[in-house]
Design a protein around this ligand. Structure first.
Ligand SMILES: *C/C=C(C)/C=C/C=C(C)/C=C/C1=C(C)CCCC1(C)C
Length: 258
């Protein structure tokens, strides 16, 4: 390991061991029967570990894949820090940390869209409009969801408009320009990664609107269940999504793709 790498690893280690202690609430302790709190804790640590992993594995892949791994690491880093705060809100008040969740989504969801753009850019020239469509679609989805969930807008209207924006994003990655660029240019390894990522955006992401529907519109799930479901969904949509990208980056870099 050269000196720069050693410095990077050391800085990452210091940052990650320091971060949690910043967020520990003085008056709150995790109870052994607080399963929602425990799930917040587990996921925050898994996110920290994933971040270190993605940043270090960046050294292993070809330069055209490095930015993808950086972005995967940023997604899990941003989520980890939010999870420290969300865990504290939950443990000390028993309330759902809606604002932190949406702030987290507002940063991580566009970054996940950047991943679609980057994976296509690694194989072909991609017009910037593809990126803007994905960015604007996901941003609208979240803004309407937030307005509905926090009472600034009718709950049903927020849901319908947010879902319409999500369907638009799905159209773009399956049938729109992004989907076509993939179908025309990608190697088998990239195609299979792209298609797994699409299924995550379809089925993994569907968990959040279903939670919104059941929690806010039908009142059929309680806050405990909803938080556990959202926490597990984040493992799939942030960590597993990053691992798919890591896998294709390593496969393509090592020339095993043919
Ligand atoms: C890492 C966090 C992720 C991938 C969060 C994704 C969130 C969504 C896909 C939310 C979707 C929603 C709708 C489709 C309708 C309106 C309500 C939302 C915001 C929950």
């Amino acid at each position: 390991m050269n000196i720069v790498k050693r410095w990077k690893v050391a800085a990452a280690a210091v940052a990650f061991t320091g971060l949690p202690s910043l967020a520990i609430a003085a008056d709150a302790n995790l109870q052994s029967d607080d399963f929602v709190g425990i799930s917040f804790w587990l996921i925050s640590m898994a996110l920290v570990a994933s971040t270190v992993f993605f940043f270090i594995e960046r050294d292993r892949v070809d330069s055209k894949w490095k930015t993808s791994l950086t972005v995967s690491g940023l997604v899990t880093l941003v989520a980890a820090v939010h999870y420290f705060y969300m865990r504290d809100v939950w443990v000390s008040t028993g309330e759902t940390p809606t604002v932190y969740r949406y702030i987290d989504w507002l940063i991580t969801v566009p970054l996940l869209m950047v991943e679609f753009f980057l994976i296509l850019s690694a194989i072909t020239a991609v017009p910037a409009r593809v990126f803007w469509r994905l960015l604007i679609g996901t941003t609208l989805m979240l803004v309407f969801g937030y307005l509905g969930e926090s009472g600034y807008m009718d709950v049903t209207a927020g849901f319908v408009l947010g879902t319409a924006a999500w369907l638009y994003v799905l159209y773009e990655i399956f049938r729109g320009e992004a989907g076509q660029l993939n179908a025309e240019n990608a190697s088998p390894a990239v195609q299979s990664a792209f298609s797994l990522m699409r299924y995550i955006v379809t089925f993994g992401w569907a968990i959040y609107p279903i939670g919104y529907l059941m929690g806010y519109m039908m009142g059929s799930v309680d806050a405990d269940t909803l938080n556990i479901i959202y926490n597990l969904a984040d493992v799939l949509n942030k960590i597993a999504f990053g691992l798919i990208i890591w896998h294709v980056a390593v496969t393509e870099s090592e020339g095993k793709a043919k």
